[in-house]
Structure formats: C-alpha cells, structure tokens
Design a binder for this molecule. Structure first.
Ligand code: NAG
Ligand code: NAG
Ligand code: NAG
Ligand code: NAG
Ligand code: NAG
Ligand code: NAG
Ligand code: NAG
Length: 345
C-alpha cells in the first residue's frame, strides 16, 4: 500500500528537481560515448560511459547517477587505447612505428637480399591484435641460372639448397671457337633473378692475305674461327711491321695486319756515321742496305764555325733521305777534311 501522502511528497520532490536541479549534459571523456546522451537529466537518472572500440577504461567509475544537487560527481574516467604486442624488431629488416597502440600502423621493410613474406604494414586492431600478422624477412634466392647456347657453367655453387642467394655469382665460359658477348659473370639480384646472361657466338675470320714480299701461315682448315692464329714472315731484306702472330678476334677480324717493309740501298762509298751511338763505317755496316726502321746520323760541317754536327735519317720502306748538309767527297779530294773528323760544335 502506498499512502497518498507519499505520492504527493514524491510529486513535490520531482517538481523541485524539475524546477532547479537537473543535471546538465555531462562532461565528455575522450574516446567514449555516453548513454543515454541528453541535454539535461532528472535527479536519479543514470548515465554510463562506454569506451569506444579499441579503448579501455582506466581509473574511474563508468556509471553515474544525477544527484539532487544537479551536479555530476567528479569524473576521473579515462579511455586509453589498447596496446598491441611488441613488434619493434624484424629480423633482417626494419620496423617503422610511432606507438603500438590502437589505431596505429607499423611499417615493415626488409634488408637488401631479403623479401617480405607478408604485408609491408600492419594495423593494431580494436581487439589489440596486429592485422594482418607481422611478416618475416625471408632470404631472396635465385634458381639455377639458365645456360646460354654454346656456353658452359664454369663456376657455380648453389648456396641455398639448389638455389643461390642474393649477390652470389656464377661464371660462364664459351665453347671453343665461340666468343663471349656480355659479362661472363652473372649475379643473383635482389629481384631473385640473374643479371643479364652473356651470349656465345661462333666467330669466323676470313683467310689472312699474304703480305707483299712475305708469307703467312695459318691452320689448314675450311674456315678460320675465333682464337685461331696466323703467323707472318718476310722475305730476305724485308722487315715485318707488326706482330709475328695474329689472332682471330671476336669481331671476326684479325688482331693486326702485319706487312713487309723494304730495306734501303744507299750508294755511299765512304762515310762514317753514328749508328746506335757508335761511329761506324757506313759502306761496311750497311753494304747490304739499311733495314726498314733503322736510323743513322750523318755528320755535317758548319763552315763558319769550322765544327761538325749530326742529322738523323731513317729508312722507311725502301726510302731514306740523306740530310742535305751531308757532303760526300770524291775519293780523289784527299786534301779535304771529312765532317766526321772535325770537332763537334
Ligand atoms: C560531447 O560530445 C557530443 C557528441 O559528440 C557533442 O554533441 C557535445 O557537444 C560534446 N560536449 C562537449 C561539452 O564538448
Ligand atoms: C607507413 O607507411 C605509410 C604509407 O607509406 C605512411 O603514410 C606512414 O606514415 C608510415 N608509417 C610510419 C610509422 O612510418
Ligand atoms: C611465407 O611464409 C609461409 C609460412 O611462414 C610459407 O609457407 C611460405 O612458403 C612463405 N612464402 C614465401 C614466398 O617465402
Ligand atoms: C635439389 O634438386 C634435386 C633434383 O631436382 C631434388 O631431388 C632435391 O630435393 C633438391 N634439393 C633441395 C634442397 O631442394
Ligand atoms: C662483370 O660483372 C661483374 C660483377 O657483376 C663486375 O664486377 C665486372 O666489372 C663486370 N665486367 C665487365 C667487363 O663488365
Ligand atoms: C629481373 O626481374 C625484374 C623484375 O621482375 C625485371 O625487371 C628484370 O628485367 C629482370 N632482369 C633480368 C636480367 O631478367
Ligand atoms: C676489328 O673490328 C672491330 C669492330 O669492328 C674494330 O673495332 C677493330 O678496330 C678491328 N680491329 C682491327 C685490327 O682491324
């Protein structure tokens, strides 16, 4: 039984509350929602703070009742983000992060030679878990390299089972008579493939032509190929210019084209000259002529100063220019002094 007086009293009290003691809209707490949310509350009305998804309540009550005074009690509630497990270290890689709290992301990268098995970022979820799960850095491997046509693998050692690791190398070699174009060494890249493979091509060289006044020898074969050799020689009194041996190059030409150069014949009957720093009698030393390339110095006279100087001359393929200052005396002009007997200037 409720007495009519009590009904009257409570009606009166309500009236008083409505009249002046309602609670205002409560203070907001970061990352929370208030239910029910209204602009004012009657005394006795209850509110609850709910931390938003991803946040947990700390340090205070979540439930409040509007008191008769119309003033909400002091609220020390805090909603703090959930913290996901530590992921600050990634073996063979790096992690970039600000905090491990909801709703942050962390970024993952791998060191060169490693690739991410997984995603490059993860988010701390409302439930406090990483999504997707953090990756691992797995070593990059290259499958065994393909062997180019006409080539063989000279150096190859798989270092990861049947595969190679980043920066491993392999070396190719061409079959005989095949020339390599490109790099013989290939390297396992960070992309898990090999650097560009070289190419081996069969290379033919034309038959070398016989030099004038000389000869050339080469293998008696139908075709001459890369690395085949030819040797050159010259007839008597001819000098080979260029190497004695030449080789068929990867470009299909010969490493050089030697030629035979003629010697020089000079009709000098009597002269002393300088040859390799020595005084020699020209008519004796060079009675068979001078060989191509040889040099001698002739003596000349300076008439005013009555002294001698030298001028050089070289035999070039059968031609030599005797210095103009050189004077050969007739063998009857015995009273004349030869330049080589005069004191040097
Ligand atoms: C509290 O948050 C609600 C909902 O976001 C908003 O309508 C209200 O103005 C905020 N109150 C204060 C005092 O900032
Ligand atoms: C993670 O990467 C994203 C996209 O590149 C970038 O916006 C973000 O700032 C990075 N976060 C950190 C913590 O480095
Ligand atoms: C990535 O890791 C998973 C499990 O750790 C493994 O099964 C898978 O083969 C890996 N994938 C690569 C490409 O390394
Ligand atoms: C290497 O390859 C051989 C032949 O394909 C295979 O039998 C062997 O299991 C492989 N070894 C590894 C470690 O993968
Ligand atoms: C061939 O490659 C190796 C390693 O990649 C490098 O060190 C070398 O310089 C290259 N050689 C040539 C001729 O390019
Ligand atoms: C290696 O793979 C990368 C990426 O797939 C590609 O861009 C590159 O051309 C490849 N390199 C070679 C030599 O095939
Ligand atoms: C051979 O041919 C290459 C390429 O055409 C050229 O660079 C080189 O000078 C030639 N060598 C000779 C000795 O002619």
């Amino acid at each position: 039984m409720v007495s009519p007086g009590l009904i009257l009293l409570s009606g009166f009290l309500c009236h008083v509350a409505i009249a002046g003691r309602t609670c205002p809209q409560p203070e907001n707490v970061s990352f929370s929602t208030i239910t029910p949310l209204k602009t004012f509350y009657e005394p006795g009305e209850q509110i609850t703070y709910y931390c938003n998804p991803g946040y947990v309540s700390r340090g205070g009550m979540r439930r409040f009742t509007c008191p008769l005074t119309g003033m909400w009690p002091i609220n020390t509630l805090k909603c703090t983000p959930r913290v996901c497990p530590f992921v600050g270290i990634l073996e063979n890689g790096a992690v970039r992060y600000t905090t491990f709290e909801y709703p942050n992301m962390v970024n993952f990268t791998c060191n060169p030679g490693y690739h991410l098995n997984g995603t490059n970022s993860a988010k701390c979820t409302e439930e406090g878990r990483w999504s997707p799960v953090p990756p691992v850095c797995a070593p990059i491997t290259c499958p065994p390299p393909a062997v180019p046509k006409f080539a063989t693998l000279k150096v190859y050692k798989p270092s990861a089972g049947n595969n190679s690791l980043y920066r491993d190398t392999a070396v190719f070699e061409c079959l005989p008579h095949h020339a390599m174009f490109g790099n013989a060494t290939v390297t396992c890249t960070a992309q898990g493939n090999w650097t560009e493979l070289p190419e081996c091509r069969e290379v033919k060289c034309p038959f070398p032509s016989r030099p004038d006044n000389g000869f050339v020898n080469y293998p008696a074969k139908q075709v001459l190929l890369y690395k085949d050799k030819a040797t050159y020689g010259c007839h008597d009194r001819y000098t080979l210019e260029g190497p004695e041996e030449v080789e068929c190059t990867k470009w299909g030409n010969w490493s050089a084209q030697p030629s035979c150069k003629a010697s020089c014949k000079l009709s000098i009957t009597k002269a002393t000259v300088l040859y390799q720093g020595q005084r020699v009698k020209f008519q004796e030393k060079f009675k068979d002529g001078m060989l191509h390339g040889e040099k001698v110095s002739f003596f000349c006279k300076n008439k005013e100063k009555k002294c001698s100087y030298t001028e050089e001359a070289q035999c070039l393929d059968g031609t030599i220019e005797v210095p103009k200052c050189f004077k050969e005396h007739s063998s009857f002009a015995f009273w004349k002094t030869d330049a080589w007997d005069v004191k040097p200037c």
